[in-house]
Design a protein around this ligand. Structure first.
Ligand SMILES: [Cu+2]
Length: 444
């Protein structure tokens, strides 16, 4: 197939078996040979979409397979209740699509016609709303307003054409408070027929979510309005989040979506600057794009960011709300910071011999203590890092920037060059720099 004919049938070609990521490598060789050969450093990046655009990468997730019937991409979503692991040691009972929360990413191309059959295995009615997509109002999925809800046990059909490229979402629009809170949400990516802006090398999809899960229970509380204590990227809390592996100098896109119940998330990435290039309302004109290091992703919105990392390393990517990088055990603790625990320890030891005050020197070590916690909860934060325990959890992941991502092990930590890691101060250097470490700078 030459490049031209590939482009003509691009949409169909991408659709055929399209494509669990395992099949991507094969699709890539088809197009990769026609287009300019990819530099070795770019390795196995899939390029099955028009204009050399890479297919999406979904950390901890999947894309929905399509079958093409008479030129229409046909998909099947089953919404039901199932167990979902937040991170090793914690499993909750969620409502989601095809065994996933968020559900599989619907990856399509501008101009595609889709037919999506939705099977309702919930104990109550449901609908699916295609958030941000401009379509006939009868396909918009708002229960009562645009359709009757889908009764339990029935399969209903949505069919529409993707007129606009972009980053969108899908979610239940019946009993939203319960169904969205329990996880009936997902992302939609519509690639443009002609690439917009500079071509990217990587294209990630990440959805934020939040649950309230009381200790020793499995069902998130859909009535929660605040105090969410399980914060996640693509349904996983750190250390359950898969890292994002990219190459130094590559152009990277991350599509963020938020269908959590209540909280907006300021997502921050270390070690680089990015631009917000699109929202679920379309592309941001280049003249209006601002450089940022943190992007606020409001409830019910998508934000697309692009960047070119110039520093190799392991970089934190996380919600900047400090309670959103902690887990259940971090909430509702008494404030002990700065207290002298001796009196209380003396008194408590009379009734609880093993009593130990915690938190009076700060709480950084609490995740690592591996103290006894209620079943099916995660320590207040954290996971093992290359230097010591990482005392963040929840909505936290690692952007791994490597010189050669094609040979890099995604599970391995960055090997920092000698002399580029903060270390204990050298006496001679302190002297020659004129620093007296015994000096006090207190004002009173
Ligand atoms: Cu947050």
């Amino acid at each position: 197939m030459n490049r031209r004919s590939f482009l003509q049938v691009g949409s169909t070609a991408t659709a055929v078996g399209l494509l669990a990521s395992a099949q991507r490598a094969e699709a890539q060789t088809h197009e990769g040979h026609e287009a300019a050969p990819a530099p070795a450093a770019r390795g196995s990046i899939a390029r099955p979409y028009p204009a050399g655009q890479p297919g999406v990468t979904v950390p901890n997730g999947e894309t929905l397979p399509w079958r093409v019937v008479d030129g229409v991409k046909v998909g099947h979503l089953v919404v039901e209740s199932f167990p979902h692991e937040i991170a090793p040691g914690m499993t909750v009972e969620v409502w989601g699509y095809n065994g996933l929360t968020p559900g599989p990413v619907l990856e399509l191309v501008e101009g595609d016609r889709v037919r999506i059959h939705v099977t309702n295995r919930l104990p109550e009615p449901t609908t699916v709303h295609w958030h941000g997509i401009v379509l006939p109002s009868g396909m918009d999925g708002v229960s009562g307003l645009s359709q009757r809800p889908i009764p339990p046990g029935e399969t209903w059909t949505y069919e529409f054409t993707l007129r606009h490229p972009g980053t969108f979402m899908y979610h239940s629009h019946y009993d939203e408070m319960t169904q969205i809170a329990l996880g009936a949400v997902g992302m939609i990516v519509v690639h443009p027929r002609r690439a917009r802006g500079p071509r990217v090398d990587r294209d990630f999809v990440l959805m934020t979510h939040e649950w309230k899960v009381n200790g020793d229970t499995r069902r998130p509380d859909p009535n929660a309005m605040s105090d969410f204590n399980v914060l996640a990227f693509n349904g996983k809390a750190f250390p359950g989040t898969a890292p994002l592996l990219v190459g130094k100098g590559e152009r990277v896109r991350i599509r963020l979506g938020n269908l959590g119940p209540m909280d907006h998330h300021p997502i921050h990435i270390h070690g680089l600057w990015f631009h917000v290039t699109a929202t679920d309302g379309g592309y941001v004109p280049a003249s209006a794009q601002r450089p940022e290091t943190t992007v606020l992703v409001p409830v019910g919105a998508t934000r697309v960011i692009e960047f070119v990392p110039e520093e190799a390393g392991d970089w934190a990517m996380h919600c900047h709300m400090t309670h959103h990088v902690m887990m259940q055990m971090a909430h509702g603790l008494p404030n002990m910071v700065g207290m002298d625990p001796r009196t209380v320890e003396r008194r408590m030891s009379r009734v609880v011999p093993e009593y130990m005050t915690m938190g009076h020197t700060g709480m950084g070590g609490m995740g690592e203590m591996r103290m006894e916690i209620p079943p099916n909860t995660l320590p207040m934060r954290g996971g093992d890092g290359p230097y010591s325990y990482i005392d963040m959890g929840g909505m936290f992941t690692v952007l791994k920037v490597r010189d050669d991502p094609s040979t890099a092990d995604p599970a391995a930590w960055y090997q920092a060059p000698e002399g580029t890691v903060a270390a204990s101060a050298n006496e001679a250097r302190l002297r020659s720099d004129g620093v007296d470490v015994t000096r006090s700078y207190r004002r009173r």
